[in-house]
Design a protein around this ligand. Structure first.
Ligand code: ADP
Ligand code: MG
Length: 466
């Protein structure tokens, strides 16, 4: 066993012993929710460093359990004088290589281990970066919106040759692109241990490229990227506009494709929709397989929550999970954030988990997920509902049914949007604020005397809120 491996093992051992003590002093629930989320990374010059995959865990552990963790570690390794927790696998600073010691000779790299697997840690100039041990295929929940991207990513890990070059994963923020890429890296490492895999964010790629130009070692840079079996670049939309980097990327791309090496890319848009990217690069990126990750539907959101709850060993009632899956539709990162917060409140202050408790704890997230209703959407829906034309609602036509629809639409605009009366008037074909005020008053009066108007309004509001 070499020196580094012995050292890694010692770090793991120390942490195992410390965790046992922490379980006694803080309780199993706290350890499961927080401490077990940390991976020990290094122990140098009296500083014991952990990696956490989320800043949520990092911040909370640092602020709540710093002293407890430090003293637990000190009782097994008296040379430790401080601890630190860094967020690993931040998309912005990822460069990981597997297989051969690809980066040897480029900076003072240090290998370290996460969950027993060897990954590379760049020198401090870049900060610590690591693949997230939790981003594997096993922890990826598959549903209709992501099954195609999942299958394509999985397929790449099974073949010795490049299959689709490149595999281009695209989808909105927080939908699992980075998770899938890390999963490919872990899986390839298992299936083909000799293969060199590089996973890097596009921003980091640019940074390294520019730095290599400045340090006049662009040959080393080129070699590093062109001597890999699988190159994965995350968030390529950030390569936009930087011409020299695009050029370098294009050449690297061609060299790898010519040598039958696999390329995996991700972005928030499809290749054709990328802005500020050279046409030839766009077309090259669309050559292989373009796999779209759609926003998660209710079933997938619920499935993800159920899986995460099982992992955390917390007990959360099913109706609360359904409530979260129903209300938090923006993306999976936010869904996870909400769940983590609820679990934290439940385990730390022993609060009973109910829908009301959830509403209280994640009020801000719920608010940001509320559907924003626009005046235009209201006009459209009201016109459909009463069977009149959009141009009529904006006109000054005083026919009874048209006036009625216009009044209802103005009333809903006041009630459901944050626009002022003059703003609403302007959007109704340039009416003044007094007209809108009058409409709102009329509808209020009518709702008291005419139950059919009240029910129209109720139905319209429900459908507008989705
Ligand atoms: P993106 O890179 O598309 O912005 P990420 O891959 O960072 O999104 O995913 C955001 C969070 O959501 C991560 O914690 C990830 O593990 C989780 N996530 C996304 N999709 C899934 C899924 N299908 N199953 C389980 N977790 C998921
Ligand atoms: Mg990402």
């Amino acid at each position: 066993m070499n020196k580094i491996e012995t050292k890694d093992r010692l770090i793991q051992e120390t942490w195992k012993l410390a965790l046992a003590d922490l379980t006694k002093s803080c309780g199993l629930a706290v350890v499961n929710s927080w401490m077990s989320k940390l991976s020990p990374a290094s122990n140098l010059d009296g500083k014991f460093v952990f990696v956490s995959s989320t800043s949520f865990v990092c911040d909370n552990v640092k602020s709540r359990f710093y002293n407890e963790i430090l003293s637990a570690i000190q009782s097994h390794d008296s040379s430790v004088s401080s601890i630190d927790i860094v967020v690993g696998s931040n998309e912005n600073d990822d460069l990981n290589t597997f297989g051969n010691d690809l980066l040897e000779g480029h900076g003072n790299n240090q290998s370290c281990s996460f969950g027993g697997s060897k990954v590379f840690q760049q020198d401090d100039q870049y900060g610590l970066s690591a693949l997230d041990p939790k981003f594997t295929f096993d922890t990826f929940v598959v549903g209709k919106p992501n099954e195609f991207a999942y299958a394509a990513a999985k397929r790449i890990c099974e073949s010795d040759d490049a299959i689709y070059n490149p595999l281009f994963l695209y989808g909105g923020v927080g939908l699992g692109k980075t998770h899938l890429m890390h999963a490919v890296a872990w899986e390839v490492r298992q299936n083909f241990p000799h293969k060199k895999v590089i996973y890097i964010s596009a921003e980091k790629f640019m940074f390294l490229f520019v730095r290599s130009l400045r340090h006049k070692d662009s040959i080393a840079f080129k070699e590093m990227f062109r001597n890999t079996d699988i190159l994965m670049i995350d968030d390529v939309q950030f390569i936009c506009g930087k011409n020299a980097t695009q050029e370098e990327f294009f050449h690297t791309f061609n060299v790898l494709v010519d040598n039958n090496k696999q390329i995996v890319l991700s972005a928030d848009k499809s290749p054709v929709d990328l802005e500020d990217v050279e046409a030839r690069l766009k077309s090259r990126m669309g050559w292989g397989l373009v796999a779209d990750i759609h926003p998660a539907n209710f079933e997938l959101r619920l499935g993800i929550l159920q899986t995460k709850v099982q992992e955390s060993m917390a007990v959360i009632p099913e109706n609360v999970l359904e409530f979260l899956a129903m209300k938090i539709t923006s993306n999976i990162r936010e869904l996870e954030g909400a769940l983590n917060r609820i679990i934290a409140h439940a385990t730390l202050i022993g609060r009973n988990v109910t829908i009301d408790m959830a509403k209280d704890v994640i009020r801000d997230i719920l608010r940001s997920n509320e559907k924003i209703v626009t005046i235009e959407a209201i006009q459209r829906r009201v016109c459909e509902f009463y069977g009149i034309k959009q141009s009529e609602i904006l006109s000054s036509n005083r026919k009874k049914d048209i006036t009625n629809a216009r009044h209802v639409a103005m009333y809903l605009s006041k009630k459901m949007t944050t626009n002022s009366l003059p703003e609403i008037g302007r959007k109704f074909g340039g009416k003044d604020h007094a007209t809108v005020l009058h409409a709102v008053k009329r509808v209020n009066e009518k709702m008291n005397s005419d139950s059919s108007i009240a029910s129209d309004i109720e139905i319209l509001m429900k459908t507008l809120e989705g």
